[in-house]
Write a protein that binds this ligand. Sequence first.
Ligand code: CFN
Ligand code: HCA
Length: 534
Amino acid sequence: MAVTEKDLQELFEKMPSKVQKNRRKHILIKNGEIENPEIEANTRTIPGIITNRGCAYAGCKGVVLGPIKDMVHITHGPIGCAYYTWGTRRNKAKREDNIKNFINYSFSTDMQESDIVFGGEKKLTAMIDEVVEILQPKAITISATCPVGLIGDDINAVAREAQKRHGIQVLAFSCEGYKGVSQSAGHHIANNSFVEHVIGKGEQEEAPAKFSINLLGEYNIGGDGWEVERILKDIGYHVVSVMTGDGSWEQMRNAHVAELNLVQCHRSINYIAEKIETKYGTPWLKVNFVGIESTIKSLRDMALYFDDAELTARTEAVIAREVARVQPIIDQYAKLCQNKTAFCFVGGSRGHHFQGLFRELGIETILAGYEFAHRDDYEGRDIIPSIKPDADSKNIPDLHVEADPKRFRLKMSPEKLAELKQRIPLSDYPGMNVDMKEGHIIVDDLNHFETEEFIKLLKPDIFSSGIKDKYVVQKMGIPAKQLHSYDYSGPYAGFNGAVNFARDVSMGFASPTWNFITPPWKNSPALSGEMNEG
Ligand code: CFN
Ligand code: HCA
């Protein structure tokens, strides 16, 4: 069943008029006849609406900094903020020789009422000294939570002093939760600091091996990064650094030597890719390792970039071997998924990335959207050149970057790069709106009310989102697959990931649980559509 403009109208009419006016701009029915429809995104959620969004602190500390294993990440603020950004996002990290791993610890100044009244700087200073004495990290981050900004603690001054006192890097992030309108502002704050203070500060001058790459915007949720690295290493790539899944400060400092930056999550890290190109001359390539087809395309684009006969042959050999191994297994699972429909609503890039994998299983995404993506994620930057990818600059000042005179090295001649950009659009990427099918719905910052209304209207076979709405949806009798934490399964990226995803999704459909749940519309003729029949 497709949603019509009339259905949308009825849905909007249930909202107060001010809310209606706002939400109309965030919801679209895909209509190919309207070229490039505008969607409002990256704007403030109406207070009081139940949204899945998080805050700037979550985007900075939880998403971008959190997975870096050899830095101690201190949350200056209440314990809840520290705990939430440590225990819920799946920052998986392996032990490595000569690289410390603090991922299993959560560090917080645990601010109390007296710290709010009298200031928390002394407590923060004492905590840094304690951390250095006990753990001897090479670098520390301090992230500010809301109260810190409100009482005016100067975390930058504390960091500067600590850096002098201990001779290690101490980075302060003014990522108070209320900055910006979502996590997205926090990504930007974290990235700006990395470009200024971490990347390019290592000793290495040359790439340590042929085909050296950085993997940007891969956060290793459920081990995705490990699966991608397995494939890349098998083909013959050398991974200099990953930002930031199972990431390391030591490795990030030498990221400038890589010959190519791969960008997996475009939302959270496009800032870095652009800045590294300007500062160190490293081109970037948008990739997507979610789904078999996208993985194959990404690997082939990379081979085109490096333009080496042996690498290209190896790429094809690995693709052929992997597809032969996984496709028969996926085909078995796909039998349970044919002609099913999905909602796919995640924070940033995954709302788009997982649609391909669903489609490979025979599942069509009929409603999708992002919590906090920007217009370029929906509409595609190439389509609207006036929209800069870092539209967050209206909240967070953009970092001005110039070529680093000591470190800038053209990784490829301008002629060769220009020619390649023709063949593989290195910086051109279609937004979600392009891939959605006719009549399907695109919703920005989907809220709880709309979730329930769209479920009743469209009755999807599977709902994919996060922890905040999963159980409401399951109680409506619909299997819900978390695409943030993967419900503690995974990896879902690469070839092995596609098998895991196919298994988990088909298991969701096959579960007898749904026979024991009566969705609300089964007992309500109006909701089931029975009243309209005959
Ligand atoms: S791992 Fe990434 S892929 S980083 Fe981003 S935009 Fe979040 S934490 Mo949740 S799952 Fe999600 Fe993306 Fe990039 Fe994750 S879709 S909301 S801030 N995200
Ligand atoms: C965050 C982190 C989160 C939350 C997931 C969810 C994640 O936004 O602070 O809502 O289920 O992936 O861990 O996006």
